[in-house]
Write a protein that binds this ligand. Structure first.
Ligand SMILES: [Mg+2]
Length: 204
């Protein structure tokens, strides 16, 4: 059986921070400036400068997933690298997006040349990583450290690659302590993933 590459979508395959900020400004008159690694707390209404309340956030995020996913372009080099890796392994997307917006994500990825299964998840990803990987050799790629902690708990044998595709955001997110490696560029991630799948990498 082929090895399995389990991929997060936002800030791994597709840009998120930049298109989300653009959509917020153009569609909701909200400014998002990353002074720290957080979404809530870095958003304010342009009309009066007031902070966006925590309670407003889920509606804004759902609005983007409903209306703005076409604004999400691939992370640099992602499509080329994944097209290459796909010759050697199966690809699956594990993304924290409400199920109602999963099909839009699937179609967006397909339009960009990645016709792959898309699983919608909610909360920590470790159990789903374990289910998807089963007994196969596998690598999990995600930008958020808590998902690596969860994967380390539930699927410790799966390779854990911490990637933050956006350079500005990457500077705000320290390397996840529970990941095996931190690599932000696909050109460098590609050989690491190949090595892991071939059993030549099993630690830091
Ligand atoms: Mg992500």
């Amino acid at each position: 059986m082929k090895p399995l590459l389990i991929l997060d979508c936002d800030e791994v395959i597709l840009e998120f921070a930049r298109p989300f900020a653009r959509w917020l400004r153009d569609s909701r008159e909200v400014e998002l400036k990353f002074d720290s690694f957080a979404l809530v707390g870095n958003m304010r209404h342009l009309k009066d400068g007031s902070a966006v309340d925590k309670a407003e956030f889920p509606g804004l995020l759902d609005g983007f997933f409903a209306e703005g996913q076409h604004l999400q372009d691939p992370a640099e080099d992602a499509i080329r690298a994944l097209t290459g890796l796909r010759r050697h392994m199966d690809l699956v997307v594990l993304t924290n997006i409400p199920a109602a917006f999963r099909d839009i994500r699937l179609e967006r990825l397909k339009a960009l040349g990645l016709d792959v299964p898309v699983h919608a998840n909610d909360g920590p990803k470790g159990r789903r990583v374990k289910e998807l990987a089963g007994e196969r050799r596998a690598v999990f790629v995600d930008d958020l450290p808590p998902h690596h902690r969860s994967a380390a708990q539930h699927a410790p044998e799966v390779g854990r690659l911490h990637m933050v595709a956006d350079a500005a955001l990457g500077g705000l997110i320290p390397a996840a302590p529970d990941a095996h490696a931190r690599i932000d560029r696909w050109a460098d991630a590609e050989p690491w993933i190949m090595n892991w799948m071939e059993g030549q990498t099993d630690g830091r």
